[in-house]
Design a protein around this ligand. Structure first.
Ligand code: M6R
Length: 603
């Protein structure tokens, strides 16, 4: 949800800022902007839409020598995606970029307006720079003024501010939105994630909530929320960016679908023995006194949690409930200490999910996070974490992160089954053999991809899609529908197969497309009856199954498997490719669909 970068040094500031922003563009692409301060002069460029537009605008801008700069790529929250609302935001002599939401911006704006400040944008961010300058008039010290401004801000933020009153300094603050400092040779950087820094820096400093300070070419000063000096910890940064490139695929999403076999192998690696699941990162004490698991997440991660709830109850015989994080936050939930609170997040930064984690901790619950990003806010906050090892996921539509979450959940349900003696050693050994076979089930064959590509042309219109399934195939149906919605902009819903007759079947006609998940190893006959009911009402049916179904208009055949979870994983790939190919035919931007962002760090 917005990406920010900053730079201090002698190298090409424009290219460094723009390259950094292009690595962060998945976080928001409504507009982008940079501000460079050199020899006490500001150069400022902003453009609406994709970063390409900003690149075109800055073609003739070639700053040389020492400079400082900040940049921003925006996912609009307050105010439309216009140039005036694009960051950096200007005061009289200062610029600011911000990721997050300033919750009390309206009252600050009102007060500053009575002081004679004229606001140019509709954003919450603009108050930061005016607040700073208002305090600067009174306090004279830029650092004191920056701190006074921070003291008045409520909400989530990662902020970078540059000012002519300290022309070699970048002021920064982090609270609830991600930001880190990169340490290069004779230069320093800021970024919202570590990807833009790979290749530029060997070491980084991950900032924690409440931390703030300033950088100059010679100094890194980091302070706590109460402005006590902190000695920051330097951490090594990976050196290869290769895995973040497209490697010949048309889109990151496509590459990430094809990568699933490999990242699932990585996720399993070192965690399986003959009849035991090994999670080195977990202490068994975490589960002492635990009688219930509560899973909490958003979007795709919520779907993996919902599917996991079936596995926890079935294999580990433990009560399991699932919550949508944005709902859980305000429902005044009952939380009891014999519940293990588990949050699931690809990014580890989703604001709603992060907040529920904090709520659970405040209520004294033990917490666990299943996450794809080490050192993310959730990983740092939770009592324990399991990393999904999917690698950097760039497509806004999550694919390989979901796959690895499901693998971790399957393993965790077996880990708990062992602790709770709810499965025998023989049953565990059998399940572990099945786990070992998942990488093979998700390999994309040319035939399957080609079949789906050809079929996709029949599904570009209609008045809607129903993805239906039972048991774990219901959350998979939800996920299939979400994938299609996100990148095709077609209306789609996921539904439990048995629920269609309670209302939605009224919509059935040839222009209603039913995508039916029909696993042979789980409730096949029940699902078949539900699909027949839809077929009888002339809905167009696309069946996904290992066995042909004579009432289907279209049929995508998966391989024969011995367990329904293998059918789950292969169908997952089918649904991902189905959305991808429809989106391609519709000419949409697959990796950066409209109105979305990869990491949703606002509520
Ligand atoms: O990073 P998270 O897993 O916490 O993100 C949650 C959702 O925003 C995310 O899964 C979203 O639904 C994806 N774009 C779905 O493809």
């Amino acid at each position: 949800m917005c990406g920010i970068v900053g730079y201090i040094g002698k190298n090409s500031v424009k290219d460094i800022l723009l390259d950094g922003l292009s690595e962060l563009e998945y976080r928001g692409y409504d507009s982008a902007g940079i501000a460079v301060l050199q020899d006490s002069n500001f150069s400022i460029y902003k453009a609406v839409g994709k970063l390409e537009n900003l690149k075109n605008k800055t073609k003739e801008f070639h700053p040389k020598g020492f400079s400082i700069g900040i940049g921003h790529t925006r996912w609009a929250t307050h105010g439309k995606p216009t140039e005036l609302n694009a960051h950096p935001h200007i005061g009289e002599n200062s610029y600011v970029v911000h990721n997050g939401i300033i919750e009390n911006y309206q009252e600050l704006k009102q007060r500053l307006s009575t002081e004679g400040v004229h606001f140019l944008s509709q954003t919450d961010t603009e108050v930061i720079v005016h607040l700073f300058e208002s305090h600067l008039k009174r306090l004279k010290s830029p650092l004191e003024a920056f701190r006074a401004a921070l003291d008045e801000l409520h909400g989530a933020y990662a902020i970078l501010l540059i000012t002519k009153s300290a022309p070699d300094t970048i002021f920064f603050a982090k609270n609830g939105s991600p930001m880190l400092i990169g340490l290069g040779k004779d230069e320093k950087h800021f970024a919202s994630s570590d990807t833009p820094l790979i290749g530029l820096c060997k070491d980084v400093i991950y900032l924690y909530d409440g931390e703030n300070g300033y950088l100059t070419s010679d100094a890194i000063e980091v302070f706590s929320k109460s402005y006590e000096k902190i000695t920051p910890v330097h951490k090594a940064l990976p050196t290869s960016k290769l895995s973040a490139q497209k490697e010949g695929y048309r889109f990151f999403m496509e590459k990430e679908i094809y990568e699933q076999s490999q990242v699932i192998s990585d996720t399993l690696m070192g965690r399986l023995s003959k009849d035991t699941i090994l999670f080195e990162e977990l202490d068994e004490k975490l589960f002492e006194g635990i009688n219930e698991i509560k899973l909490c997440a958003c979007g795709t991660s919520y779907h993996s949690a919902l599917a996991a709830s079936y596995l926890f109850e079935r294999f580990a015989k433990i009560r399991c409930s699932v919550e949508i994080a944005s709902e859980f936050r305000y429902k005044e939930p009952m939380m009891s200490k014999d519940t293990l609170f588990v949050v699931i997040s690809q990014s580890g930064e989703t604001a709603d999910t992060l907040e529920t984690l904090k709520m659970a901790q405040a209520a004294g619950l033990k917490t666990l996070v299943i996450c794809n990003v080490d050192n993310s806010s959730m990983v740092r906050a939770a009592d324990a974490s399991i990393l999904t090892r999917a690698g950097i996921e760039k497509g806004v539509a999550s694919t390989k992160a979901f796959a690895t979450q499901m693998v971790v959940f399957w393993m965790l349900s077996l880990y708990l089954a062992k602790l709770r003696s709810s499965l025998t050693s023989a049953q565990l050994a059998e399940q572990i053999l099945l786990l070992r076979e998942i990488p093979a089930t998700v390999v994309v064959s040319d035939d399957l991809h080609e079949k789906i590509r050809r079929l996709s042309k029949r599904y570009l219109h209609g008045h809607g899609f129903f993805f239906i399934g039972r048991d774990v195939f219901y959350p998979l149906a939800l996920e299939g529908a979400l994938k299609l919605k996100e990148i095709s902009y077609l209306h789609a819903e996921g539904y439990p197969s048995g629920e269609m007759k309670h209302g939605p079947i009224a919509l059935a006609d040839p222009e209603l497309f039913t995508i039916a998940l029909m696993p042979v190893n789980l409730l096949y006959d029940k699902t078949k009856s539900n699909v027949e009911e839809l077929s009888a009402r002339d809905s167009t049916i696309c069946a996904i199954s290992a066995v042909a179904f004579d009432k289907a208009d279209d049929f995508i055949q998966i391989k024969e498997h011995k367990h329904y979870m293998h059918e789950f994983f292969e169908m997952m790939v089918v649904l991902q490719l189905f959305s991808l190919e429809i989106s391609v035919r519709l000419g949409n931007d697959v990796d950066m669909p409209r109105n979305l962002a990869k990491s949703v760090t606002v509520e």
